[in-house]
Design a protein around this ligand. Sequence first.
Ligand code: UDP
Length: 338
Amino acid sequence: MNVFITGGCGFIGSHLAERLLARGDRVLVLDDLSTGRIDNIAHLIGMPRFDYRIGSALDLPLVTELVDRCDVTVHLAAAVGVRLIVERPVHTIETNVRATETVLAAAAKKQKLVVVASTSEVYGKSTQIPFREDQDLQLGPTSHSRWAYACSKALDEWLALAYAAEKDVPVIVVRFFNTVGPRQTGRYGMVLPNFAQQALANAPITVYGSGEQARCFGHVNDAVEALLRLIEKKEALREVFNIGSTEEISILGLAERVREAAGSTSEIRRIPYSEAYAAGFEDMMRRVPDVSKLERVTGFRPRTPLSQIIADVVTDQRSRMEGGSAGDWRLPASARSA
Ligand code: UDP
């Protein structure tokens, strides 16, 4: 299979590329290196079935050429990370919506299969746990930039399903829940790499808000497995799937587990949301996927235990810190001055 990955220098994209190459597929990556890093694919460059372009997923002629060369497009290019969304809302909305439009328009020319990556953020403030793909979305007001991300990804989903219905483009929509693993950077605020780096540096571990908010962290290898299985299934076409773990942990609990795994003496410090993000920031208390649809169609559900996930991330961050390539985590001002 020839697979085109937009955002292939990103965290999930680079793992997907690696896995496809390992099983004998050809991979073509496009990335503008805005949040992706060439380091993520450095070990793939020069491999016989691997090719990459540095360019924009908004560039229709380029995207059309690359979509045409492949059997499947996995569209992962997006503005990601809560921090980036709060800091650069215009960039987030424009990137997410225009890139998906561009990819779908290119795929429509020859009815090529497109997997559109969405996010659990689209469930918004829903408290209907676990989240099912067909439940109502519950977004906050337009005055809060966080919801712009959710809304931009929801629009991506609508666009994908509209291209399927109206132009017969084969599409699959996947909603990734908190996906973590080696190579994820803490630069954009993601909690687990941040905690691992803070713990390894014996610096304060910054828990935002009460720490009672909970998440389910899924291993990137499981996310890639789920994605690859969906691509093979006819029943997946024109459907939306949650991809994530169902093992839930509070953020305070996560901080403690990471500290222990890292053998760290870090203090765990609570930071108000207003300081971590911006005044009026709204967080979600719980976010658990219902993965029965994924399991029914593919026979697979993410199962890597959290202990294994934390161990993998701590090991990865340790080797990056020793190699001098980490240190991209953010410590709010109050934690720095103490
Ligand atoms: N968080 C935290 N400390 C950090 C980064 C994040 O306490 O250094 C919290 C964040 O407020 C949220 C949770 O961890 O409640 C998960 O954050 P992340 O940005 O990784 O993903 P989200 O689930 O918000 O998309």
